[in-house]
Design a protein around this ligand. Sequence first.
Ligand SMILES: Nc1ncnc2c1ncn2[C@@H]1O[C@H](COP(=O)(O)OP(=O)(O)O)[C@@H](O)[C@H]1O
Ligand SMILES: [Mg+2]
Length: 379
Amino acid sequence: MDGKSVELAGVTMVFDGFTAVHPTQLSIPAGEFHSILGPSGCGKTTLLRIVSGFQRPSAGRVLIGGEPVDHLPANRRPTAMIFQSLALFPRMSVRENVAFGLEARGVSKRERHERADELLALVALETHADKRPDQLSGGQRQRVAVARALAVEPSVLCLDEPLSALDLKLRQHMRSELRALQKRTGVTFIYITHDQGEALTMSDRISVMNKGRIEQVGTPAEIYDAPATPFVAGFVGEQNVFTGKVTAIENGFARIDGAGGTFTGRRMIDVAVGDQAILMVRPERTGIVDAEGANGNRLSARVEGRELEGPYLNLVTRDATGRRVVLHLSNDGRAHPTGGAAVIGFKPEDAIVMPARDGIAAAEAAVDEAGTAPAAAGA
Ligand SMILES: Nc1ncnc2c1ncn2[C@@H]1O[C@H](COP(=O)(O)OP(=O)(O)O)[C@@H](O)[C@H]1O
Ligand SMILES: [Mg+2]
């Protein structure tokens, strides 16, 4: 099998005057595991259906392996798709399920079954070939669906939230299985998910989508540590947010002055002195500091709640202005009692500063809204 590149050139989708996908550019190199991450309703499935030929775009072009495919129906494209609800044929054996797509292509029965057995070996189900789907576990059925999709030797495999029906443990296990399978076959994967954990652990690169637009394309580390927009910052992981006016910029850092104090963080995008801005820092990069000697940013707060997760401790605190600041600490045995005072600190290099062009309230709302966006797709 061989992966091919995928290119979207100005792809747009308008349904009855509603723009589900704004004009989109995206280049996915051959053999990449590319995730499209975003909340329910942001246009992920629509984009994937356009790539695989189940949906004709209102405008724009799709190129696969450098060749335009716009004139080709789904079954003539070098793509295969695994849908959210993977319908296996209940009365067919696992082997027949996998071989199904080859029959339409005129492959002989013997060859079909040989090919199916090879693919079942690839997904470690060779001993289950004669069973029916209902005799398999959820994770095994998922692997059958993958084997069936790979049977037609696609260059691009489109997966639409394929793990969303599985329970948490199995989902986490399947992440590494799918990732390994993608590397083993070299097929380009376009993987849709609303689950940031899936996207971060499985992908070579991620497109983060919001309201029909891709807001950022990057590696998991880029998306997490250098988000391009308040939405991306808030949707992927959690953030503590501080606000103020930019009073200094130096060596790639920006200082903000606000009601909650003076804080410094990495200058993101083109924030300038005098701008209204928001500063964000991750709960796991926010700590309790000693009274003196800590480098960088500090503020006083009161512990409002604590949540022990075994190895970790989540502390919810509130500063003098009433702002909620969350800390993810490793459990070092210290109590941090509720109601107690805490001096909180974080390093400038762990914080980012972004301009709030539409005002601080709008930027804060974008981060907030992203953090609470409805996750479950189709639900
Ligand atoms: N065939 C359609 N007709 C009208 N609206 C649609 C159609 N398909 C999708 N939409 C709308 O387009 C938006 C994006 O949908 P979808 O791509 O399914 O989002 P996601 O997969 O990210 O949850 C939603 O508002 C949805 O209601
Ligand atoms: Mg969807």
